[in-house]
Design a protein around this ligand. Sequence first.
Ligand code: HEC
Length: 159
Amino acid sequence: MRRNHVSILIASSFALLALSVAAYAASVSLPKGYEKWAKSKQQVVNDKKSLFYGIHYTYVDTKAMKAYKTGGKYTEGSQFVVVQYGIKEEGGKPVRGKKSMIVLMKKDKKQKETGGWLFAGFTPEGKPSGIDPVKNCYECHLKEARDRDLVISRFADFR
Ligand code: HEC
């Protein structure tokens, strides 16, 4: 009898967890019109071991641009989007392949576990990919850019 209760308890807490993960994933969407934000030049990453192996562009909204240019803390709501493509070789030059993923960072003080930024990954079609933002995003950003409010890329490389 007692055993049953425990297993029901375990089962229902898993169900709750699954529900909250699903709710989180569903509540995050790509900001409308990010394609019109300031866009970086083409960034080529040749290291096959890198998450960003391929070609990517970084989009920066007007709120984020201020701290991006001058350094310091980002204001609430600041946003970055990176659109990632594969890479092909054509006549000795790297050429954009297929779109492979989209990632978002949005300054959001509710996201205490991830340093006050919302991290989210999306499929090439813009659907949430449901990946764990702590393990799969935050830890690397913390390691690389603790002193730059978790923003890794630099304005100097943007243009
Ligand atoms: C292994 C390390 C690593 C992981 C894991 C990682 N990133 Fe990044 N991220 C980077 C690097 C390096 C850059 C800078 C790329 C450049 O120079 O253009 C970056 C840039 C970004 C940017 C542009 C703003 C900035 O910091 O320059 C966003 C948005 C972003 N990542 C979101 C994410 C999300 C969301 C995840 C999880 C799905 C994630 N990242 C996982 C290393 C990582």
